[in-house]
Structure formats: C-alpha cells, structure tokens
Design a protein around this ligand. Structure first.
Ligand code: F6R
Length: 588
C-alpha cells in the first residue's frame, strides 16, 4: 500500500528518496512522485507507473535539494492519474505533502477550504492535508501550530510527511506506521524501515498521535496536544538490509526457496513468548483466531490442529468480518491475531474489538515493530525475514510452524513435531527435478480460465490457500472447495475446459477425495493430483514426499506455490507485484 518517505541531510535528497521508494515497492502501488526543496521553492515531479519508469520519464532523481519527500500511491480516492499521484502541493505551493491512509472527512474540509480561497487539482482525499496545513500556516507562520491545528480536524487513519517553504520537514502519525531514521548524514522518515535501512540503523518509532519536526539543527517530537515527547532510539535489525533477489529471477521464487531454512527457525527469536502463548491458550476460557487472506488460511489450519491434538476449540474469525459480529468475544478470552505485516487494517480493527470485550491478544507476526505487535500482550515473531513478494509464501509456512509448536507444547509432544524433518522434505520438493515437472504442468495452465482446488479436513484450508496463490499470481479464476461439497453444486461447472487440483494425501481423506476425482474426470475435466500415491485418475500427478500425517499441510502448499509462480511466469504477469494488490493493506 502507499509508502511515504522524507529526507533531510547533507546529501542530495532525490536519489536517496527514489532508492528508498524502490525498496518499498513490494508494498504495492500504481504511481510515484518526489518533491524537493531548493532555492526557496518546492519542486514536484510525479507520474503513473513503476518507480523505474517514472524516474526515466520525468527524472525524479534529478530534482535538486537536500530536503525532500517521496511517495508510491495505491489509489483509493481518485483514478490512477499523474495528477492524483503524490506529492500534493498546497494551492500556493508553500507546502507539499505525501500521505498514507484515508481522510474520511475530506469532502467537508475541501468545501471549507475552497470557501476560504484554497484551490484543488486532484481528486484525492490527501490534497486536503496540504491545503489545511497551508491554511493554518498562513494564520500563524508557525509550523508546529499548523500541524496541531491540522491534526485536530482530520478524521480517519493517516500518516503524512510535509515539506515547508523554509525547508523544514514534518510528519504526523495516526494509526498508520511512521518511523524516523537517524543516519550519519541525515534524518529519514518513512512508513517502512526498508525505506532507509542502508543509511540509518538508529530509529525512533513514532507513536500514534505524535508528530515530528525535522530541521538541520535536530528533531523535535510532540503529541497531538503539542506537548514534547521523549523517545528512546532503538537499533533496527540488520536482516532488513538483506532484501536483494540474489540469484533468483523474482523475490517470490527466492522466498519460496527459503522455506527449508525459515520453517525450522520460526519463532526462535521469541521462544519465551511462544511458551507464554501456549500457557495463555491452555488456560483461556475461549480462544479465537483471526487474520486476513493467507493469514486467515493459517487460522483455519489452526482450528483443525488445536481440536485434534490439543483438544482445544478455537474459533476462526475473518478479520474484516469482526466488525459485524463484535459480540462473539467473551471476557477472559484470547484472540490469536495472525499477520505477516502486523499492519493490516482489518486485523488491527478485529484486535481493537476483541480488546474492548476484555480479550487478551497474542499476535503471531513477522514485523515485530508493527502496530499489531505493539498492541498485543504477547507477540511471537515469525522470524522468516522480510517477505517482499506480494503473495505470502514463506510467512504462511512460518505461521503454520509456530501454530504447530504451540499445539505441540500444549499436548505435551503428542505430534512428535520435527520441523527439521519437515524442512528436509520441503527441500526435496524444491529440487530442480521437482521444479521442472511442475514447470511443465504450469505451461498447460497458461490458457485455462478456471481452476478448482479440492481438499477435505485440514487439507481444505490448504485448498483455499492454493486458490489464493493461483488467483494472485496468475489472474486465473481459482476456487478452493471442501471435496464433499462438489456434488452440492460445483459439479455443474465441470467440463472439458475445467482444471481441478485434488489435494489428496494418503490419510483418512484419501478415498473420498479419489472418488470426487473420478466424478470430475467423468465430466471431462482435467485432474491434477497432489498426492503421495499415484492413480490413473490423475491427468497430471504431483508427487508428495512421504511424511508424518500431521505434517501434510507444509508439503502440500509448496508445489502449489511453485505451480502458481511458474504459471505466472508463463503468462508473463509479474509474480512479485500482482496488479491491484498491496503487500500491506493498511486501509479497510
Ligand atoms: C496473500 C496475501 C494477502 C495477505 C493479507 C494479510 O498472498 O498476501 O492475502 O495474506 O493481506 O496480510 P498480513 O498477513 O500482512 O496481515
């Protein structure tokens, strides 16, 4: 989703900002822009497209000045156009801003500002911040006061960075992330540490309802009531710097390939929290689990695991639905919140609703500095390193690994969990030989318009996760179904143009799923079997390596991740940055 960055220092700002924006590309965006301050004026360049393309056409990097702001936009209000791209200057051009989030009362504010003579160029909600800052600045010529007066009337969740006509940089945070970086040659402010990680490892995490004013003489932080705030400087983890693709063609393939290493390490940096999480869940009156997208699919796997092995009922709630059933949470209950980014607005809202009902929060999260981690009683870290590809891959298996570890602790080792064995099995699935077989099948999906993925029991959430991966990466319509539901409707869709993937490991679901495969085949559809047992019913067979029954979910998802990735490459879509999607969905 939108990324924002600001720089003030000894170097030229624009090249640093452009590089920072490139690093944050994984968050998802459709347009890009930079503004710098030089020779007493603010200059803006922006356009629709990738950072590299817009930079080529409008020469973002060539803007001069040691102070600047930059933005990648993911459109919410207004079409994807050059004018709607950020930065937005105020109507007099004395202030320019970049913004992440949504200003809910923008129409009302815009009307008032227009009556006061301020004009607007874009269709965005964001431009109102520029003119509002200008309006208040015009009254007092005092930047601090202008910010206090501006945030007092803004409604919605937002983070913005502004550059003023005297070269001052300022930024405010309200429920959207904002991090200050302090480097040897300047100050940074960004929605993501990746924006400046190679220049600064000393950081300050702004809290909600705080703003910062950055000048060459130093930084000052205030709360929204204008009181000064003291903050500790913390060190950012160096692993964030390691975000290059290396030998891989795409981040997505790199991240899929990292799983033999990331699975066994999951949660290792927060072992104490993991023990505490198991203890909290064991003693809770009721346990709920929430997440969005892939994280919700992990929650569904957890439901099966906890019931079967820990003998604990745990209720999955889709985060975006929590708002519509706020009464489900009981007192003294636990909500386990799953999120790679820790910034998904839907997940944060579900957490707030549960907290209002007296629930305690355990989060399982990759970004330990995220809003979710900060809101939780216990935060368990995935520890799988930065996930840049928009589609979740290694974070999914790390979520599973942590959930398995918790269940194993509660049930006293009843599963005989051995994640190194899982990792070794996954490594085999990633061998060149396995990959080339999957590549061949991927070629056949190129012109397919519908894929159904069937699984029963614990394999049903894997079918859902598989359909999500196929949709995101290949843009093919894909639907995950519980195998038994086929005859209750979807069988009507089966014909020779349909492809069906059967997740069919050799366990108690095997023979029922094989029967479904025969019913499908009889209607002319092509069947892809993912199984450790061959069958003549499969048109294509992806062989699952043998593994302990409870561990199947790990090994089932790997070939699908590869299949979706290779089909995307076949179709010439960009697997790392699927259209219309953002890595961190910070709006509702
Ligand atoms: C799927 C995907 C999304 C995310 C969802 C939640 O590949 O990436 O569906 O899983 O947006 O994101 P987090 O886990 O960051 O809360």
């Amino acid at each position: 989703m939108c990324s924002i960055i600001g720089y003030l220092g000894l170097n030229e700002a624009a090249p640093i900002i452009v590089k920072g924006l490139k690093r944050m590309e994984y968050r998802g965006y459709d347009s890009v822009g930079v503004a710098t301050f030089s020779n007493d004026q603010i200059m803006v360049r922006k356009g629709v497209g990738r950072v590299i393309e817009v930079n080529k056409t409008v020469k973002l990097e060539e803007l001069s000045g040691n102070v600047g702001i930059g933005h990648t936009r993911w459109a919410t209000h207004g079409m994807v156009t050059d004018t709607n791209a950020h930065p937005h200057p105020s109507s007099t051009g004395e202030v320019a801003i970049v913004h992440n989030g949504i200003i809910e009362n923008h129409e009302e504010l815009k009307n008032d500002l227009q009556k006061n003579g301020y004009s607007f160029r874009s269709q965005t909600d964001s431009e109102v911040i520029a003119n509002l800052l200008q309006y208040h600045y015009d009254k007092t010529r005092n930047i601090k006061q202008a910010i206090v007066d501006t945030v007092a009337v803004l409604k919605g969740d937002y983070a913005f960075v502004a550059v003023f006509e005297d070269g001052t940089l300022a930024a405010a945070r309200f429920h959207e992330p904002l991090i200050i970086g302090i480097g040897k040659k300047g100050y940074f402010i960004s929605s993501d540490v990746l924006g400046f990680v190679e220049h600064a490892d000393d950081v300050i995490y702004l809290d909600n309802k705080e703003f910062v004013i950055i000048r060459p003489s130093g930084i000052q932080i205030f709360d929204f009531e204008a009181n000064p705030v003291q903050h500790q400087i913390t060190k950012v983890s160096k692993e964030f710097a390691d975000v290059y693709k290396g030998e891989y063609a795409h981040f997505t393939l790199k991240e899929i390939s990292e799983q033999p290493l990331t699975i066994p390490k999951s949660g290792d940096n927060t072992k104490l929290e993991l023990d505490l999480a198991a203890d909290f869940i064991r003693h809770a009156k009721a346990v709920y689990i929430t997440g969005s997208g892939t994280s919700y699919n992990s929650a569904l796997v957890a439901k099966f695991l906890f019931a079967k092995y820990a003998k604990i009922k745990i209720e999955p709630i889709i985060s975006s639905e929590a708002h519509f059933s706020p009464d489900v949470f009981e007192q003294q209950s636990i909500l386990v919140a799953l999120s790679q980014s820790g910034e998904s607005a839907d997940v944060l809202e579900a957490v707030k609703i549960a907290q209002n009902s007296g629930a305690k929060i355990i989060s399982i999260v990759n970004i330990m500095t995220s809003s979710l981690a900060q809101m939780s009683s216990i935060a368990v870290g995935l520890g799988c390193g930065p996930e840049i590809g928009v589609a979740a891959t290694k974070s999914f298996t790390s979520q599973l690994a942590i959930l398995y570890k918790i269940v194993e602790k509660i049930c006293g080792g009843c599963m005989g969990l051995d994640l190194s064995e899982v990792a070794e099995t996954v490594r085999k699935e990633l061998s060149d030989d396995s990959k080339s077989k999957i590549k061949e099948i991927a070629k056949r999906l190129k012109n397919v318009s519908d894929i159904y993925i069937l699984g029963r029991g614990i394999h049903y959430p894997i079918a859902l996760e598989s359909s999500l991966k196929l949709k995101e990466l290949t843009y093919i319509h894909a639907e995950g179904l519980p195998g038994g539901e086929l005859k209750h409707g979807p069988l009507a869709l089966m014909d020779s143009n349909t492809h069906v993937i059967m997740i069919n490991p050799d366990d108690s679901t095997y023979s029922d799923t094989l029967t479904s495969a025969r019913e499908i085949k009889a209607r002319g559809a092509k069947v892809i079997g993912i199984s450790d047992k061959p069958s003549d019913v499969y048109d294509y067979w992806i062989e699952l390596p043998r593994i302990e029954e409870s561990m199947y979910p790990f090994v089932e998802i790997i070939p699908i991740q590869l299949l979706a990735y290779y089909a995307a490459v076949e179709k010439d879509t960009d697997p790392d940055y699927p259209r219309n999607l953002a890595k961190s969905v910070t709006v509702k």
